[in-house]
Write a protein that binds this ligand. Sequence first.
Ligand code: AMP
Ligand code: MN
Ligand code: MN
Ligand code: MN
Length: 276
Amino acid sequence: MTERYDLHCHSMASDGSLTPTELISRAKEMGVTSLALTDHDTINGQQEAKVAARDHGINFIPGIEISTTWENKCFHIVGLNINPKHDELTHGIEKLQTLRAERAKTIAQKLEKKSISSSYEAVIKAAKGGMVTRAHFASYLLAQNYVSTQQEAFDRYLGKGKPAFVSTIWADLHDTINWINRAGGVAVVAHPLRYKMTASWMRRFLSFFKEAGGQGLEVVTGRSNPDEIRRTLNYAKQYDLAASVGSDFHTPDNPWVELGRLAPLPKNITAIWELF
Ligand code: AMP
Ligand code: MN
Ligand code: MN
Ligand code: MN
């Protein structure tokens, strides 16, 4: 059987639209053989996903995607093969969960000022006890016809510098890498080309990340083209980081991103799962 890895995706525990069980079923249908569930700042979907994966014969890798701040910029760090119950990790993310809850109120207040009412109640309801993210606000704006796409919600209201943007200081990058490492996992930079960094910022960031104990870089993501894979692969080699692959799947409603639908990992690099 051919192995098919997908090491980055979301469930309803954060901003995904499927329950962990539905996510695992879909992964099975898509021929995924090893899956990591990596919800934003929470491990709440892990237990259910692990059980469903066992039932479906999928190799389940416990994971998380942690929101961090480094030099005033936000970076997402994926932790793979973690013990999701490790004390230091669970305490660390508790703070982020509080931050998210507070931020949601502030985003809603800012939207009120733009005459958009009731968003707080709507996102709390939609999140069903999971992490509230800007994706929930984007869905509300879309459902209420304030915008015609999710992207437009970010471009007009939720993105950096837009009226409902709330500047947030997430977890410290170095602390985050420590939590992941101490929980027995490996820290991976999520979607490295999505931060719109110049080459010199990328070099500074990756040097810091490596120095701090980070071990991986997402070389293949759900929407990577061959040129992007080549560039990311070069960074991985340059900084001696292992390569990860992850779709960043959130919902079956997005036809551009599917579980397990990923370009093959180039052969001449250490795969992140060799470190598990
Ligand atoms: P947050 O972590 O609460 O700031 O929310 C970020 C989430 O919103 C990401 O994980 C994506 O799922 C989604 N997102 C961010 N930027 C965009 C965008 N430009 N278009 C659509 N979704 C986005
Ligand atoms: Mn997301
Ligand atoms: Mn992300
Ligand atoms: Mn993600």
